[in-house]
Structure formats: C-alpha cells, structure tokens
Design a protein around this ligand. Structure first.
Ligand SMILES: N[C@@H](CCC(=O)N[C@@H](CS)C(=O)NCC(=O)O)C(=O)O
Length: 238
C-alpha cells in the first residue's frame, strides 16, 4: 500500500536531468514516524538532498529550491524583472487555487462516503473557475510567463492531467470548453520527461497493486480502505 507518487517535483527533476531516487511510502504511514520526523505535517512530497543536507517539504518550496540550486542555466526560469515575480505568482496560484480545489472536488466525488451535492457542486465549480482563469489568460499565448516553458507551467500539469477525476467526467472530455488549456497541457505531456515519470509512476503503482488514487485495486471507497488498514495493523500486532 503506497501513496500515489506525486509528480510535480519529479517532472522538474527529470526535465533538468538531476538524478533522483523515489521512495514510496505507505498511505497509512504518512502521519507516523519516520516521515513526521522529516515533515511534521505528515504529507508528501518531501525531499532530502544529500548534496546540501537540506530536507524540504511543500511541493512549491521544493520546486523553487530545485530551480535555484540546479537550474543554473535558467532553462526553466527567469531571473529578470518582472518575470521572476510573475513565475512566483503562478506557482502560488497553483498551490492555493489548483491543488486544494481539485483535491476537494475529487474527494467529494469519489472518496467521501456520502454524496453531498452542495459540496460536489461547490468544488467542481471552483475547478471550472480556475480552468476558466487559465483559459482566458492563455489566449494567444504558449506559456504562462515569457516565451518558454517554465517551472510555473510545469507545476500545473499533474493535477490538470487528472482533472477528469476532479470533475467526474470521462478522460477524453476533461478539457471540454478549455481549448487553450488543453493545447498548453498537451505541449507539456508530450515531452519525454513527462512520459518517463508517468511510466515510472505506472510501474510502481501496478507493482504494488494500486489504483490511480493510491488505494489497493478493488477497494470501493476510503472507508473500506481505512478498515483494511486497521485490520492489517491488528494482524501485524498479533
Ligand atoms: N501543499 C502540499 C500538499 C501535499 C499533499 O496534500 N500531499 C498528499 C498526497 S498528494 C498527502 O500526503 N496526503 C496524505 C495525508 O493527507 O494523510 C504540497 O503541495 O506539498
């Protein structure tokens, strides 16, 4: 039982060809030691960089660190004014506007034991609103900032790739009504770096018998999963 591997950080590492090692962690272990020793918030991703001795959590902070430390040729960033700040703005919007809303929409549609129409409605509308902001901004543009792909564009890809689950729509329809977002997204998902990390993720998930959401294949909902975890812990304790 392993957490679905979050690929924000890996996409940037792979694209910059910075060597990395993926450590999977059981979903029921994220709120326990040793993970809580390195991230008191008990969540992933976390990085440990033996080159600098730094341990860091929160994906936005990790991406900013990787860029500063390893993107020495500014392949995925700008250091000029105002681009530097605009990159930061889009990263903050991704962290606060995309992750939490997409996550909540997915939770209420797929994992919450009761179907609460007002909650589903609230969060799917927020996902559509955020997609609408991107759609309008990307009109006539290839990238969020400047004329090349940056870390700010890349940060949006993992959640957008699964937006069908956040909206509860079939995968081919996930960007219906958002052609600029679709084209922008596909410019990035067609890159070898994205394909490579998705292959790595698929192999790891499959090897561990997991579904897209990190639960074991055949598990119907989060409550059933929690019950399985409790039963396994009880068996281990005997
Ligand atoms: N703001 C955090 C969010 C991290 C997050 O929500 N991680 C999820 C997996 S995608 C997690 O660790 N969930 C386990 C839990 O909540 O117990 C970041 O961007 O790093």
């Amino acid at each position: 039982m392993t957490q679905p591997i979050r690929v924000w950080v890996l996409f940037v590492l792979e694209h910059l060809q910075v060597p990395y090692e993926v450590k999977s962690i059981r979903f029921d272990d994220v709120k326990k030691k040793p993970l809580t020793d390195i991230n008191p918030n008990g969540r992933v991703p976390v990085i440990e960089d033996p080159n600098t001795g730094l341990t860091l959590w929160e994906s936005g902070a990790i991406i900013t660190y990787i860029i500063k430390q390893y993107d020495t040729k500014n392949l995925l960033t700008y250091t000029s004014f105002p681009e530097e700040h605009l990159l930061n703005q889009w990263l903050h919007f991704q962290m606060s506007g995309q992750g939490p809303y997409y996550g909540a929409a997915g939770w209420f549609i797929h994992l919450h034991p009761e179907k609460i129409p007002s909650a589903i409605d609230r969060y799917t509308k927020q996902v559509l609103r955020v997609l609408g902001v991107l759609e309008g901004y990307l009109e006539g543009k290839q990238w969020l900032v400047g004329d090349k792909m940056t870390y700010a564009d890349m940060a949006w890809v993992p959640w957008n790739d699964r937006v069908d689950t956040s909206l509860g729509v079939p995968e081919p329809n996930k960007f219906d009504g958002f052609p600029n977002v679709k084209a922008w997204h596909e410019r990035m998902t067609s890159l070898p770096s994205w394909k490579k990390i998705m292959e790595t993720r698929a192999v790891l998930m499959d090897e561990q018998g997991l579904m897209w959401n990190g639960m074991p294949k055949g598990t119907k909902n989060f409550q059933e999963y929690e019950a399985k975890i409790k039963a396994e812990s009880a068996a281990e304790a005997q």
